[in-house]
Design a protein around this ligand. Structure first.
Ligand code: HEM
Length: 130
């Protein structure tokens, strides 16, 4: 199976778990005060819906979708926008992988490696706008 298809199936299992995004944000905001301070005024329930679509955009980009959605995220997260320093994406990806392990009982080492590879491409694009 291609890595992007592997990720799509794993993501489907994660989204079927009602608390997947709660777990992700608990881990991500717990990973650093620098992350926590970015979300002090954020409506986290709205944020979870935005992230659900954001992750889908990362996977679709790896499958060949045009990069316009990710470019927009890159601009909103740049230093003129939310000012998200590039190293915070490492914490983001580590938190996501931990949440995947917790919520996708079928995810093996190959699936987790596929997640890193597939999301890594889109994350590199987003970071390039910083
Ligand atoms: C908002 C996606 C990484 C902090 C958003 C939004 C999306 C999104 C779709 C809604 C606004 C918009 O469309 O621009 C993503 C994706 C990420 C990512 C796909 C990973 C590749 C991060 C990281 C941080 C972060 C690493 C660091 C803390 C924020 C903040 C907001 C936001 C502060 C605005 C929240 C508010 O409205 O109060 N993100 N994000 N994001 N993101 Fe991200």
């Amino acid at each position: 199976m291609r890595p992007a298809d592997r990720v799509m199936q794993s993501y489907g299992r994660c989204c079927a778990s009602p608390t997947f995004f709660d777990t992700f944000y608990r881990l991500f905001t717990g990973s650093s005060p620098a992350v926590r301070e970015k979300f002090v005024n954020t409506d986290m329930s709205a944020q979870k819906h935005l992230l659900r679509a954001g992750i889908l955009n990362l996977v679709l980009y790896a499958r060949g979708m045009p990069d316009s959605k990710l470019r927009a995220i890159g601009q909103s997260h740049s230093r003129e926008g939310f000012d998200i320093r590039p190293e915070l994406y490492d914490l983001w990806l580590d938190s996501l992988l931990l949440a995947v392990r917790e919520h996708d009982g079928e995810a093996g080492a190959e699936d987790l490696a596929a997640w890193r590879e597939v999301l890594g491409k889109g994350i590199a694009l987003i970071k390039s706008f910083y």
